[in-house]
Design a protein around this ligand. Structure first.
Ligand SMILES: Cc1cc2nc3c(=O)[nH]c(=O)nc-3n(C[C@H](O)[C@H](O)[C@H](O)COP(=O)(O)O)c2cc1C
Length: 489
């Protein structure tokens, strides 16, 4: 196994190439393990890892990886319960829908199985990636986990699971991850981790508390992973690097521009073009000289996934790059192989349009989507609930009741929950669409109603994939991508 280090030692060891976390399941343990095995920082996606694990088990866990990792999970009662609940040795019957995992809710924050599954799934992804990296026979790098700040409820249990697998690094954006450094510290010391729970319309302070001590079977891992915050502005970078407030201080920064795949930061000046894409201007540019003055190590992301990008980043004073899109279509990516090939052919035919949609994501953040693949709007439903917004639906006698809504659920239901109808226009069910993208789409009545995949890729993808195919052919591996980025012939 790899050596164990504290967070400062770990951040200093982070290599120049970070393969960015790509949800849902695009950067799973196979991709991250290969990258880490080749000396990079490979990041597994922790977003909806619970659903991914539950569905792989229901598909018979063909390669045995989920069960192998669960065998090593430190609480075997939990591991066995998950196997009992989800594992189908012969897979599902033809057209049999997946059994969904329960949706995460707040009250009380004692989620039982939901938390256990989330914890075990994050453990499995990290543990498998580290295992793969350490057996690569090459120079092992590091393994990190990516979580979305905006999804508050599943974060701490995933963090705990990842730390039990001795994750080297935690990388978080999509919000202001100011409570995470303290949470990591507390979890490592077997103390409760806490954060304010944001509930729209709430007049009271709600708090999420996760106490590792409630798992007496589990031996503590006191190792602290490094924490990298993904930011898109100088102001946020400054806020998360204040040296006198250790509890919110990140160990390093990923500075991400708006050409990156996945979610992007909103444009400051709020303008939109004729296709409703945010228009980014000078005020959205991060001034690198100011970042350097903060004294933290940093990596540049968003269109840096080329050998020239890596050189340019280092010339600007960065430690290296975080790249996602260049890895998204490689052989070890979680994207369904047939869809991956279709996407590569689309690129070679000059037929791929990538839109920065200001409507698609229920989170409200701009989101990159490959056009032409998006869901048909006949079916709206919310049966996974990963991006639901908690809101106060009733405040009687000083008591508040928290309910949840998603702009991609049926319009009438969203409006009945005091949601603004405008938000439902163009809003896509990312939960179901992204699971279809990795071949784990739900089945509704019959195969025809499987949700269509939603593919997110950065603006740079067509150019960079053409270069990779020119060099390695239609099927290129994560190690090919690493060689390409390092400028190896
Ligand atoms: C398919 C895909 C999914 C992504 N999902 C996430 C995610 O779940 N969380 C996150 O923080 N970033 C996500 N990203 C962003 C990457 O981690 C990385 O920062 C970004 O891809 C860098 O820019 P590039 O796409 O130009 O290389 C995603 C990117 C892609 C291409």
């Amino acid at each position: 196994m790899m050596e164990t280090l504290n967070s400062v030692e770990r951040v200093n060891k982070i290599p120049e190439i970070i393969q960015g976390g790509m949800g849902v399941g695009v950067s799973d343990w196979c991709l991250a393990g290969e990258v880490a095995g080749d000396g990079g920082l490979g990041i597994v996606s922790g977003t909806a890892a619970d659903v991914v694990m539950a569905r792989r088990l229901q598909d018979g866990d063909v390669d045995g990886a989920m069960r192998y990792a669960l065998e090593h999970f430190p609480d075997q009662k939990i591991a066995n319960k998950i196997i009992n609940d989800y594992y189908l040795p012969d897979g599902r019957r033809l057209n049999q829908p997946y059994k969904n995992v329960p949706m995460t809710t707040f009250k009380p924050y004692d989620l039982g199985l939901v938390e256990d599954l989330n914890m075990a799934a994050a453990f499995a992804e990290v543990w498998l990636a580290k295992n793969l990296a350490s057996t690569s026979g090459r120079q092992p790098g590091m393994v990190g986990i990516n979580l979305l700040t905006k999804l508050q409820l599943p974060t701490f249990s995933a963090l705990y699971g990842a730390m039990l697998a001795d994750v080297d690094c935690v990388v978080m954006g999509a919000g202001i991850p100011k409570d995470i450094p303290q949470a990591i510290e507390n979890i490592a010391n077997r103390q409760p981790a806490k954060t304010k729970f944001y509930v729209t319309g709430s007049g009271v302070e709600n708090e999420i508390v996760f106490d590792p001590a409630k798992y007496p079977e589990i031996e503590n891992n006191n190792e602290k992973p490094a924490f990298l915050a993904i930011v898109a502005s100088n102001a946020l970078a400054e806020r998360l690097s204040r040296s006198h407030i250790d509890s919110i201080k990140a160990d390093g920064l990923v500075i991400e521009g708006p050409t990156a795949g996945g979610h992007n930061a909103p444009a400051r000046d709020k303008g939109f073009d004729e296709r409703d894409q945010p228009i980014y201007g000078d005020r959205d540019k991060v001034i690198i000289e100011k970042i350097i003055k903060l004294g933290l190590p940093f990596w540049l992301a968003g269109g840096y996934g080329t050998p020239e990008g890596l050189m340019d980043a280092k010339k600007q004073g960065a430690n290296g790059i975080q790249a996602g899109s260049v890895f998204a279509l490689c052989e070890e990516s979680g994207i369904d192989p047939l869809l991956r090939e279709q996407l590569i052919r689309q690129i070679l035919d000059g037929d791929m349009n990538i839109l920065t949609s200001s409507k698609a994501s229920p989170t409200g953040f701009p989101f990159k989507v490959v056009e032409g693949l998006s869901q048909d709007r006949k079916r709206r439903l919310c049966d996974l609930g990963g991006l639901r917004e908690p809101y106060v639906c009733e405040a009687a006698g000083g008591l508040e009741r928290i309910d949840y809504r998603c702009p991609a659920e049926p319009e009438s239901r969203y409006v009945s929950k005091n949601g603004n109808i405008e938000r439902t226009l163009g809003s896509l069910c990312l939960c179901n669409g992204l699971l279809s993208t990795i071949g784990l789409g739900q089945i509704y009545n019959d195969e025809k109603e499987k949700p269509k995949p939603i593919v997110t890729l950065g603006d740079q993808t067509p150019e960079v994939v053409r270069r990779l195919v020119g060099r390695y052919g239609l099927r290129f591996s994560a190690v090919n991508v690493m060689d390409f980025l390092r400028g190896k012939e």
